[in-house]
Design a binder for this molecule. Sequence first.
Ligand SMILES: Cc1ncc(C[n+]2csc(CCOP(=O)(O)OP(=O)(O)O)c2C)c(N)n1
Length: 404
Amino acid sequence: MASNGSARSGSGGRAAAQGGGRTSTASRKRNAEPNGHGSAETDVAATAQSPTSLRGRPESREQLIDFYRQMVLIRRFEEKTGEMYTRAKIGGYCHLNLGEEATVVGVMSALEPRDYVFTNYREHGYILGRGVDPNRVMAELFGKETGVSRGRGGSMHLFDAEARFMGGYAIVGGQLPLATGAALTIAHKGLDEVVVCQMGDATTNIGAWHESLNIAQLWNLPVIFLIVNNQFGMGTSVEKGSAEPDLYKKACAYRMRAERVDGNDLLAVRDATLRAVEAGRKDKAPTVLEAVSFRHRGHSVVDPDRYRPREFVEKGRSHDPIPAYGRSLLDAGLLDENGLKQIDDQVNRIVEASVAFADESPEPEPKDLYVFDFASEVPNIDRSLPGDHTGLADIGGAAALGGR
Ligand SMILES: Cc1ncc(C[n+]2csc(CCOP(=O)(O)OP(=O)(O)O)c2C)c(N)n1
């Protein structure tokens, strides 16, 4: 586990490891001057126009096409979510993954069902990427009993024990100690699962970030700290919020392996995640993985997004990962235009059906107000891993939800 002061990196490839790889001029300048404060120009996925080639990939044609389908599902689901919010079908806070689809699918596709996922509140795409039924996700956003958290969690608190999707945390950085703890349990039990802990760029300035990285490296815990660097924490740019704006370099302080990757390049994200997963499974080595991304809209659905320079937004939008990956499928001869359209139509039907399901689903019963509150029996009392229980036993078990 030794390192000589600089963060250990993955095997390189197309992903940047500690300063190498594809970085913009602005970023290269900052790499040379570690404390330089550049503009918000960072690395907005300079290469999404020419993503990693699909030719010679180890994945099957079906898998490569399915990655596209998953990205389109997240895109349409999130567009619909924004629409439903403005129609007051969804309440509370709501943060979308629009623009971050390649990062989401790239990471999630590299995991096994036995792995665990913790996220912040911008998590709809991750739970869909985990294969959870869009109906149950939309129902949760609508606050309905059929939702993944039985309507109690809403947008920021999606949860599905079976999928080992551990949420959905509204407190910035709240997921980090929990994910690190889950990784400790895995290491303690001698299992080979890994934990992905997703967060935004601003989260790397929170105390829990430093505490979690320190313990993870010190105790060899299989956790991947995934920074989705969409370059703004609400209205604050990375450069204004972080003394080290090349976020993956922060891992260096803990001698942790780290990579930066173009978050618009699905396959580059997937490859970097596969390297991190292998490090976690085999060596119990944690990783910081920074995916430089771009959110198409404001911080949340009610944010008018007046703080980002127009050119920055235009540039970010022009590197949209979905058409770029679609073009790659065409170029590689894996699909034709008609095939792309069929996927779009199929996904639209799924998303429409999820709205109908959510609309028709019942509200939680007032009599169940105190179910799942602090006084309930704690499902993990026997020190099992999170996700070993459905957590439904205290209200009649899985049968109450039709066998789920
Ligand atoms: C401890 C804490 N402080 C402040 C907030 C308010 N807040 C909510 S989101 C957010 C910005 C976080 O940005 P980032 O980590 O980059 O995540 P992103 O929204 O880009 O996914 C802040 C400050 C909070 N929820 N929790």
